[in-house]
Design a protein around this ligand. Structure first.
Ligand SMILES: *[C@@H]1O[C@H](CO)[C@@H](O)[C@H](O)[C@H]1NC(C)=O
Length: 216
């Protein structure tokens, strides 16, 4: 009996790890997103494969610098299934991230993807926080050419610690990784999470929560 429970657990954990590691595998060569289709599926409906063209599998412009004139001093240029329809069902995507001096890509998580990042210009302090063991902070300074991975679902961030502009390219294990910026999710949701809940969660008084609600 114990053996069967162990075996079942093993099979279950293996199959779960396969399911959550990245998007589902395709069952055909490709399924270029038909961006005009109103059919709702897990992903996007396929364009007729006989009508696909090279443009469906390409994106132009990742050489262009993002606009970092904003309060956080960073900018993400995504190349997900919404910019490149040929990514539909393939389980991968790419982003370019630009950072002004001292710019930050604030703590966030991707609900559907691990992320592997490399620095093209400048230097970045990066980090993520583990769930088990609880809240261990894994951090490192990356120089040009260094590569780092943020495991799926974990809260992570980057900060430009060089003297000039910084640029990074990151690949993600989903056609649509999603992003949850922690501060915006907690203080900027509509409608707001009740003040007394946030007062208890953050161990601060109501004035601080009102202020944070007002700026997000
Ligand atoms: C960058 O963004 C800022 C703020 O939105 C805007 O004022 C500025 O014109 C933008 N710069 C460029 C080059 O697009």
């Amino acid at each position: 009996m114990a053996f069967y429970i162990f075996f079942f657990g093993l099979v279950l954990s293996f199959s779960l790890s396969v399911v959550i590691a990245s998007d589902h595998s395709p069952l055909q060569d490709f399924c270029v997103a038909d961006t005009r289709s109103r059919v709702l599926v897990n992903g996007l409906a396929c364009k007729d494969p006989k009508t696909v063209e090279a443009a469906d599998f390409s994106f132009c412009g990742l050489h262009l610098e993002g606009n970092t004139s904003n309060p956080i001093g960073s900018s993400v240029t995504p190349v997900t299934v919404f910019q490149l329809p040929g990514l539909n069902t393939l389980g991968i995507s790419l982003v370019r991230i630009d950072y002004a001096p001292s710019g930050v890509n604030p703590p966030h998580t991707h609900p559907r993807a691990s992320e592997i990042i490399t620095v093209l210009e400048g230097s970045l302090e990066v980090g993520f926080v583990t769930s088990s063991p609880e809240y261990r902070h894994i951090t490192k300074v990356l120089l040009k050419g260094d590569v780092f991975v943020f495991p799926i679902g974990l809260v992570h961030y980057q900060r430009n610690v060089g003297s000039g502009h910084a640029v990074a390219i990151a690949a993600l294990s989903s056609q649509n990784p999603g992003v949850v910026v922690i501060a915006s999710a907690v203080f900027g949701s509509k409608p707001s999470i009740a003040n007394d809940i946030l007062v208890k969660a953050f161990h601060v008084d109501k004035g601080v929560i009102n202020y944070l609600h007002s700026i997000f």
